[in-house]
Structures are given as C-alpha cells and as structure tokens.
Design a binder for this molecule. Structure first.
Ligand SMILES: N[C@@H](CCC[C@H](N)C(=O)O)C(=O)O
Length: 260
C-alpha cells in the first residue's frame, strides 16, 4: 500500500495539508486525490492543500489547491503557513522569499510564531453601490453588514459567489466596523464553497476596501476573524496600494501518513 507523508498547518483557523514536494513525487494532475486528502470525512481534512517545491533562485515555490482539488490563485494564510513549514524543514531562518501564482513574495518569521507576508501590490479597488471588489492575489467581494454575528454567510456568500461572479467565482467577505481601526470579518471561500474561519487575501481586501471608502484613515488595521486576529499594513499611493503586509500566527498542528 502506498502512503503519503503530510503535515497539517493552520493560520487563524484556515487549515492546510502541506506536502514537501521538492523531489516532485506528487502527481499534480490527480484532482480527485487532492480533493480526498482535503475531505474532512474521507481524508485528512483541510480548506486547501499546498506543495512546497524547489525554486532556481528563491527559497521555494508555493503551489496551492483549494479543497475542491483545483489549483487556485494566491492564499495569504496558506503562504504564511508554508513559510513556517520552510523554517521547519530548515530551508529558511527568519526571512523567506518564494514564488507563488501571483509572483514574488517576501516574508519575516518571528519568535512568537507569527509570520508577516508581503502581498502583491493592488493597483485597483473598485467601489460599487453596496460592495467593493478587488484582487489581492485572489478575487474578493467586500460588503458591509451591521450584524455580522447573525449574518448567514453560507447562504448569502454562495448566492453572491455564483450569481454575481459566474463560473470563475470570487470570495465573498462580510465586514462590520468595530470602531477605531478594528474590523470584524467573515468569509465565504470559493473552492471550499463554505465559510472558512479566516482568509488572508480576504482580510487584505477588506483592509484596502475600508481604507478606500474612508472607513479608516490608518495604514494599519486589525481584522477579527472567527479563527483569530490578523493585521494588515499598506501604503496608499496614486498608483493604488503597495508595501502590503499580512501578519498573524501560523502553526503546525500535526504530521502524519495517509494510505492512498
Ligand atoms: N484562504 C486563502 C484564499 C484561498 C484561495 C481562494 N479560495 C480562491 O480560490 O480564490 C487565503 O488565506 O487567502
């Protein structure tokens, strides 16, 4: 029987199966297997699966799949977890540089287990009547709500993801300002097709959306998600937002082997 050695990580409750694929042993075309490994009843269980692979000039390459088994766009919490995994493997110490689907990322690792990840620059934040749309490495819809604890994120998120964004979809974020520079956020993720406990590119989109619509004047905000607190820093400019950093915990949960 064949087994796959895996690691399970979580970043503010957004959880991932991670495989060390530096020897390229994993069959990336096996969508069904990726979906099964992420299945919470028939597999390990996760919001997504990542491969850590070699890179010619940087520390490593990140390959990201959603829980539905399909390769997707950037995952901010996943990127932070993969940086922590690279440190576990001894590939990096307290800084890292890697390539993901949206380009080059830099990261810092701190002694308290937090990881800061530089996100892609965001040239455009589109403000519509009732919502905001931006791409922070992944596409995000941001919508204000006045009772986030009682918002039906699954039903409303699924509806918006399908009816407004079609087959390609988008991630749907609900946000409620808490006063000061603090915002409560809940996210429906495409590819998971459910609410997750936190979404890194999602809270980044929320931070930029709140700044663009003058809900905050600050360059650093705290985002309270069901899985914990993340911080986003950014520099606004006439060209959009640059120097964007996502910071929060990234934790190894366990290591295991699964029969496939
Ligand atoms: N959880 C991620 C986002 C993962 C990608 C997303 N589901 C998509 O397909 O756009 C994050 O932390 O950013």
């Amino acid at each position: 029987m064949k087994t796959i050695t895996f690691y399970k990580y979580q970043g503010t409750g957004n959880d991932f199966v991670i495989l060390d694929n530096r020897d390229l042993h994993f069959d990336k075309t096996n969508t069904k297997l990726i979906e099964k490994l992420c299945d919470r009843k028939f597999g390990i269980g996760a919001d997504g699966l990542m491969l850590l692979e070699n890179h010619d000039t940087l520390d490593f390459t990140m390959v990201y799949y959603n829980a539905d088994g399909n390769e997707s766009s950037m995952c901010g919490n996943g990127g932070r977890c993969l940086v922590s995994f690279a440190q576990h493997l001894g590939i990096v110490k307290d800084t890292a540089s890697f390539e993901a689907t949206d380009g080059l990322h830099h990261a810092h690792l701190f002694d308290n287990g937090e990881v800061s990840l530089q996100m892609t620059d965001v040239p455009v934040v589109q403000v519509f009547d009732g919502h905001i749309f931006t791409n922070t490495g992944s596409p995000h819809h941001v919508q204000l709500t006045d009772n986030i604890d009682h918002t039906d994120v699954f039903t409303q998120g699924r509806h918006l993801r399908n009816d407004l964004y079609g087959k390609e979809g988008a991630n749907i974020n609900f946000v409620e300002p808490q006063g000061g520079n603090v915002f409560k956020v809940r996210t429906y993720e495409r590819g998971v097709e459910d609410e997750t406990l936190s979404c890194g590119t999602g809270v980044t989109a929320v931070a930029l959306a709140m700044h663009s619509t003058q809900q905050t004047q600050n360059n650093e905000v705290s985002l309270l998600t069901p899985g914990g607190t993340l911080k986003v820093k950014y520099q606004p400019s006439p060209q959009g937002y640059t120097d964007i950093w996502l910071t929060g915990p990234a934790t190894q949960v366990f290591k295991g082997a699964i029969a496939v």
